[in-house]
Each structure stands twice: as C-alpha cells, then as structure tokens.
Design a protein around this ligand. Structure first.
Ligand code: T4K
Length: 370
C-alpha cells in the first residue's frame, strides 16, 4: 500500500468552530467585502504583529505587486531577478515595464547587488528584488545603488512574512514591500496579499488604486483595479495570527532535522543560517550537485514522486526562460550563470508544521538511497 501523499507544503488551518463563529457574525452583519469590519481589524493587527506602520490588504500578492508599481508610477525598465515565482516579472509586464534580469548570488539565491549597476540605463526607474525563501536581500548595498541613481526599491517579500534581522522587521526596507498570503504560504488567508508602505499619503493612494480608484462615491482619482481582500479571507487572517509563532517553531525543528541528516552529504548543499536573523522557515531548498552526489536533482525529484512525495523545483525554470521573456537581451543564460546553475540544482523538500519527524526521515532515506 502506498503511503499518503506528502506535498511540498500544506496549510495549517485554524480551529473550525472558531472560524464558523466568526462566519456567523459575518452572516449577521452581511458586509462581505469592501473594507469591512474584519478587514479593518486585520490591517490593524497585522501592522502591530509585523512591526510596520502602514499596510494595505489585497486579494493576492500578484495584484499587490501590480498596484505597488502603479502607486509609485514606475515606468521604463526595472532591474529584477529571474530566480523567483513568475508573478514577480508578470507584475512588471502588466504595467508595461521592461524587466531587466540581473544574476543572483549563490550564497542566498537573491539578486546580486554587485551586478545591478552595470544594468542601469536612462530608462531604469526601480529595482524589484525578492527575499527568496524569506532570506533577506543585501538591503544596504541595494539602497546605496538606488539612492545614487534615484531609483525606487520595491521588495517582493512574498516569502518574508515575520522575518526579522537584528531584531527588526525587514518589511520596512525599500519604498514598498509586498506580501503574499496564498494558501501555500506560512501565513495564509486562502488567497491574499498586502503592501507595506511608509506614509499615510502612499497608503491612501494604494487604497484608492485597489478599489477602482474611488476616493468617494462620485470621485475616481486614478485608473484603479479591483484588488480588495474579502471578509472571509480577513477572518482567516485574524485566526491565523494566533497560530503563526507555534507553527514557526515546529518548522524550525523540522528544518533542523533535515539539516542534521544532510549536513555531511557530499553534493547536497543548503543555505547557511544567517546570524541575528529570525527566519520564518517557509521553505527548505537543497542544491544537488550530480557530480558529487551521484544523482541529479531531477532523479531525486522523480524518485520522491514515485514514492508519493511531491517536492518542488522552486525556481526552475528561471522566469527569463519563459516564452514572454526569453527574447530579452538580459534573459540570455550567459548573463545569468549563477541563476542558471542554481535553478538546475534546486529542490524544495516538504516543509510544513504538521509534517511528522518519521516522514522527514523517510524523505531523507529515499534521497540517500543508493
Ligand atoms: N512573488 C513570489 C516570490 C511568490 O512566490 C509568489 C507566489 C507571488 C509573488 C505571488 O503571490 P500570490 O499572487 O500567489 O499571492 C505556489 C503558489 O500558488 C504561489 O502563491 C507561490 N508564490 C508559489 C511559490 O507556489 P504552485 O503553482 O507551486 O502551487 P500549487 O497549487 O502547485 O501548490 C503547491 C502544493 O501545495 C500542492 O502540491 C499541494 C499544496 N497545497 C496547495 C494549495 C493551493 C495545499 O496543500 N493546499 C492548497 O490549498 O504555486
């Protein structure tokens, strides 16, 4: 008999009775969306929880990215990473902005700040880095470049919920940070997302833009879109806040178990734990070097799959390899040697709070099976 499937992730759900209690309240007040009671409560609670001043909730992270770019009136060219989920670059494309792909660093798989400057042209208006797997980008270097050239920084922080460096949230970095609360994320609202910004004026503009541009019943101030979070998602978000820390600790312990068992295996590398970093343990990527390990990433992926274990190749293929982007001059593999290598080696192993130690041991046994 086959073991039950194990996916790369699985959402932790709040207590069902608590959820239905809140739904009952929603059924009574009948205000289902458009800045309702639960939406307002969640914005307040999330701002406190994350340590940020202004947050606007969204229907998903992709719309948050698209609106964030609109809010800052970003145009022309934007320097970004090919090593991310495709939504990062799609958000540029939907805004008529040309993505310019920059290579990444092997140590953290984030945009390589030392390679940004060479890509700046008179058309460049912003940098769109991603805190991949929740590991912080080198903000000091990126900020310095942005300040020198008068560029905006929009962080795709879809993976970085709750991440802190030196005791402070990383979500206040840049001009804006974008979160995703998709079901596969460590904090989820079914579908959802948010923009974090620095001042009330920008939040106001973002809030107009996510609601068709309405400033009041009869005034439309911008060509907005509908990107609002609904009340059922906001309820989910409120209940998820209570679960977050306990689940983070569980994922931390599971991560340690993987690391203990894989640390001395030649040809398998994982990302180094940075000092003074409060991680969210959202993913456990390993990088497999066939020459040293004996099996390729694809062979390990297939072997796990045959055993009902669904690891994922986040992020292969590179965004720059998709048909919409592959003809761009910055998309050439020769320009992106590190990203190309990492994308060919990466495998994200299952990691979620309810995963059992025995299941991790089974995954490790399969990986190491000769
Ligand atoms: N920027 C970055 C850096 C991102 O990673 C993402 C999203 C975005 C922007 C855009 O944010 P959103 O617009 O999505 O809010 C998943 C997610 O759909 C996507 O949100 C996420 N990144 C990406 C990294 O992963 P898929 O296509 O791999 O998802 P899927 O449906 O194959 O799910 C993976 C596994 O999770 C399934 O095999 C089973 C499990 N699962 C999934 C869902 C949806 C569950 O157990 N329950 C569920 O409800 O993209």
């Amino acid at each position: 008999m086959k073991n039950k499937p194990i996916y790369v992730t699985q959402p932790t759900l709040p207590n069902f009775e608590k959820f239905t209690e809140k739904l009952k309240e929603l059924w009574e007040n009948k205000h289902l969306t458009n800045n309702g009671k639960f939406h307002q409560e969640l914005e307040q609670k999330l701002a406190d929880f994350l340590g940020v001043k202004y947050i606007s909730l969204f229907a998903n992270g992709t719309l948050a990215l698209m609106v964030g770019l609109q809010a800052l009136r970003i145009t022309g060219e934007v320097i970004t990473t090919p090593y991310s989920f495709v939504a990062t670059t799609h958000a540029l494309h939907w805004n008529g902005i040309k993505p310019v792909f920059c290579d990444i660093k092997e140590e953290d798989t984030n945009l390589d700040p030392d390679k940004i400057e060479a890509l700046i042209t008179p058309q460049t208006t912003a940098i769109l880095p991603v805190h991949v797997y929740g590991n912080p980008c080198n903000n000091n270097k990126i900020r310095k470049i942005a300040d020198t050239y008068g560029l905006k920084i929009i962080y795709d922080a879809a993976h970085a919920f709750g991440v802190e460096q030196n005791g402070k949230t990383i979500l206040n970095w840049g001009d804006l940070s974008i979160l995703s609360f998709h079901a596969t994320k460590t904090y989820n609202t079914f579908e959802g997302g948010a923009i974090i910004c620095k001042d009330a004026q920008t939040k106001k503009r973002i809030d107009f833009l996510k609601n068709f541009g309405f400033a009041d019943e009869e005034t439309v101030v911008a060509p907005g879109i509908n990107a609002k979070m609904n009340e059922v998602s906001a309820i989910m978000g409120l209940l998820q806040l209570d679960l977050y820390e306990e689940n983070r600790i569980k994922r931390q312990m599971l991560t340690k178990l993987y690391e203990e068992n894989l640390k001395n295996i030649s040809g398998i590398r994982f990302l180094k734990e940075l000092k003074k970093l409060k991680k969210n343990y959202s993913y456990f990527p390993v990088f497999i070097d066939k020459n040293k390990f004996g099996k390729s990433r694809n062979e390990v992926y297939d072997l796990l799959k045959q055993n009902n274990i669904f690891a994922r190749k986040y992020f292969y293929p590179l965004i720059s390899q998709f048909s919409t982007y592959k003809e761009l001059s910055s998309a050439k593999k020769a320009n992106l040697p590190v990203a190309t290598k990492i994308a060919d080696q990466v495998l994200c192993l299952p990691l979620y709070a309810e995963l059992k130690n025995e299941e991790i041991k089974r995954i490790i046994d399969l990986i190491l099976w000769k």
